[in-house]
Every structure is written in C-alpha cells, then in structure tokens.
Design a protein. Structure first.
Ligand code: NAD
Ligand code: GCO
Length: 356
C-alpha cells in the first residue's frame, strides 16, 4: 500500500471536476496498484499543475478514469481565479498496443503517437524493412518498449490470424489495445474487378480485423480485462469514388463493424472505435509526392487546404484509445481536413448560385 498526498488546482481538470473552478483540491490517495502513483505524478507534471511537494490528483479522476480500487479523500479550498486553460494529457502509460500495418504510413504514425503518450507498441507488418526499423527506433526513442512481428494477413484467415495472435500474446501477454490498421486498396474500375483482387481487399481490410478482434476479445473477456480496439477506416467508408468499389465496400464494412462490435463488446468493458483518415501522405499514396496536379486538386477539395503527413492521424488515435474517451464507444472519427463535410465541392459557383 502506498500513499500520495495531493493538492491540485481544480481548473487544471475542469473536464472532470464539477466543483467550483476556483478551488484547490487537497487530500490523500492510497493505492495497492503498482506503478499508479508514478503515473499520477507524470500526469500532473504534464498538465503543468502545481503540487504541494508531493503530487496528486482528484479522487474522482482516479476512481473513474484509472479504474483503480483506490480510496481517496478530498477537501476544497477557495482561491482567486486563475486565467488559463487546461491541457489534458492522454496518458497510455502501462498499456501495450498491437498495431497491424504498424511499420509504415498511418499505422506507424499511430504507433509513434502511442509511444509518445507513454504506451508500449508491438508493430505488425508484412516485411522487416527500413521503414519498419525506423518506426521501431522512433518508438523506442520516446521510451517505449517496441517489438516487431511479421506476417501476411491477406492469407487464409484462421492460419494468419492464429499465427499473429499466438506470437503476439506469447511475447506480450500484457497487450490490452488492438489497432486494426493494415489495409490496402486496389484501384480497378468496377467492371474490371475480379474475384481474387476483391477477396484480397476484403480479407485484409475486413476479415483480418474481425477475427483478430474476436481472438483478443475472447482473451480479455476470460481475464476480465478492459481491452480497447481501434480500427483504421477511411473517408471512403462514407463517400464513394468510382474506381474504389471494393475498397469503399471494405471501409463501409469497417464502419458497420465498429458499431456492431461496440454493441457486442461494451457490456464486457471493451471499447471499440474507429479513426477514418481522408487522404494523407503515406507509401500507399506515394503518388502525391510526385504528382503536383493531384496534390493541388486534393488541396482544393479539402476545406483546410491540406494533404497532411500521416502523423495528423496520431492524436485522434491516442484520444480514442485513452481513458479520457472512456464513454466514447462505436464511433468513427473522421480525420479529413473537413472533406466529408463539404457538399458537392465540384459544383461551379454559377450553378450553385441558381440554388440560392
Ligand atoms: N493513406 C491514406 O490516404 C489513407 C486514407 C484513408 C485510410 N487509410 C487506411 O490506413 C491504413 C494504412 O494505410 P497506409 O496509407 O498507411 O498504407 P501503407 O501501404 O503505407 O501501409 C500499410 C501497412 O500495412 C501492412 N500490410 C500491407 N499488406 C499487408 C498484409 N497483406 N498483411 C499484413 N500487413 C500488411 C504493411 O506492412 C504496412 O505496415 C489502411 O487501412 C488504409 O486503408 C489510408
Ligand atoms: O482511404 C484512402 O486511402 C483515401 O481516402 C483515398 O482513397 C483517397 O481518398 C482517394 O484516393 C482520393 O481520390
């Protein structure tokens, strides 16, 4: 049993703190959970909060967001107003994520953001190459334990999922977050699409995430562990493109799966959400680096005028995985610069004028 005395300015925690904003919370916190007090100190350090020699936090936050069986007491003291806003750290300390397709692109950006938020990562990818090694190094540079597992998730479902699940849980039994990110698109006009390419798209983009989530959910339910699952969807799960019928169908399925899994797994304490990028720069969309016309067209059709690096997806992923999103279930968060909010971006102004 360890003891932490705390004194914290309440306006640093307004999202959680329903009491008077101009106040100090002081009190004691006892925990039997190893490492939790260290986490609390780190959390408070990050939020720039002043402490009374020792660090601490409000009991409500401890009880609700860290799921600890801790006891805490609290008293309040009225203080003059303090100007400034809180920054809330999304702390993943003590968590380990398996990220499929985590070696490059969007998956690597998610991995690096998780590492930067205190979590550990197990990257999964098709090959061990320079990109994979760079991502591992970037995660380790942030203090994370980082491992790499390889395998092809577009193969026969039970074999490839079973192999990844067995090797990941054998090496990292503590995995409590699954990021189903690996995906591919095959850009073929609908009338030319064949069964083999359709099936490969669906196997990787849909079936792999379905069965990997099932394997981890069974494990977490058995162990009464609160797992978290994040899918990488796409804006194409909600908006169509002519030559993307298989891809769009797969991402539409991911959107529906996030909602269905939420309903199936929330009663077990498992949270499932998705993050849907618009167009971001990754090896998959490498043409953007060389094709100025395409890049310019995409900027023109994105309200914030940007086609960002994949790192733009990291913050949304970390938020959805964090305890700060504890009541966020079954959502697909679009990270698209506003593209999906823009109705008929191609309509010329003179035609649009006729509508008004
Ligand atoms: N780049 C974008 O603009 C964009 C936009 C929306 C959604 N997405 C989605 O983001 C996810 C990642 O895309 P990206 O752009 O980073 O792609 P990418 O090609 O840069 O990276 C793909 C990752 O998946 C892994 N992978 C590929 N095929 C695999 C297989 N058969 N088995 C196992 N792993 C495999 C690769 O090793 C790599 O780590 C995908 O689900 C994609 O649909 C990307
Ligand atoms: O999911 C994705 O990989 C992206 O959304 C792409 O499909 C782009 O949106 C499209 O290529 C632009 O036209």
């Amino acid at each position: 049993m360890s003891l932490l005395r705390y004194q914290v300015r309440a306006d640093n925690f307004t999202p959680f703190f329903t009491l008077a904003q101009r106040s100090w919370a002081t009190g004691e916190f006892r925990s039997e959970k190893r490492g939790l007090l260290g986490n609390m100190k780190r959390l408070l350090g990050w939020s720039g909060c002043r402490s009374s020699g020792l660090c601490g936090c409000i009991p409500r936050m401890l009880g609700r967001n860290l799921h600890d069986s801790a006891s805490a007491t609290c008293s309040l003291q009225y203080l003059p107003p303090i100007i400034g806003t809180a920054t809330l750290p999304f702390d993943l300390t003590g968590s380990t994520a398996l990220i499929t397709g985590g070696t490059q692109g969007v998956g690597a950006a998610i991995a690096i953001a998780i590492a930067g938020s205190g979590g550990n990562v197990v990257l999964h990818g098709l090959r061990d190459d320079d990109a994979a090694q760079q991502t591992l190094a970037a995660c380790r540079a942030q203090g994370a334990n980082a491992d790499l597992l390889l395998g092809d998730l577009a193969g026969p479902t039970e074999d490839c999922i079973g192999r990844l699940f067995d090797s990941a849980t054998a090496a990292h039994p503590e995995i409590n977050m699954l990021v189903n990110n690996a995906g591919t698109y095959i850009d073929v006009p609908f009338l030319e699409m064949d069964f083999e390419r359709y099936q490969r798209t669906m196997q990787l983009n849909v079936a792999a995430g379905f069965f990997l989530t099932q394997a981890f959910a069974r494990r977490w339910v058995d162990r009464q562990a609160r797992g978290r699952v994040l899918f990488t969807g796409s804006i194409n799960g909600q908006l169509a493109e002519p030559d993307h019928v298989a891809y769009d169908s797969s991402k539409g399925a991911v959107l529906a799966m996030v909602k269905s899994l939420c309903v199936a797994l929330a009663p077990h304490g498992i949270r499932v959400n998705g993050m849907a990028p618009g167009l971001v720069k990754t090896p998959l969309t490498g043409v953007l680096e060389t094709d100025q016309d395409l890049d310019a067209w995409m900027r023109l059709h994105t309200p914030n005028g940007r086609v960002p690096e994949a790192s733009a997806c990291g913050g949304a992923a970390v938020f959805l995985l964090s305890d700060e999103a504890e009541h966020v279930h079954g959502q697909m968060l679009l990270v698209d610069g506003g593209m999906s909010a823009w109705q008929q971006p191609d309509m010329p102004t003179q035609l649009r004028g006729k509508l008004s």
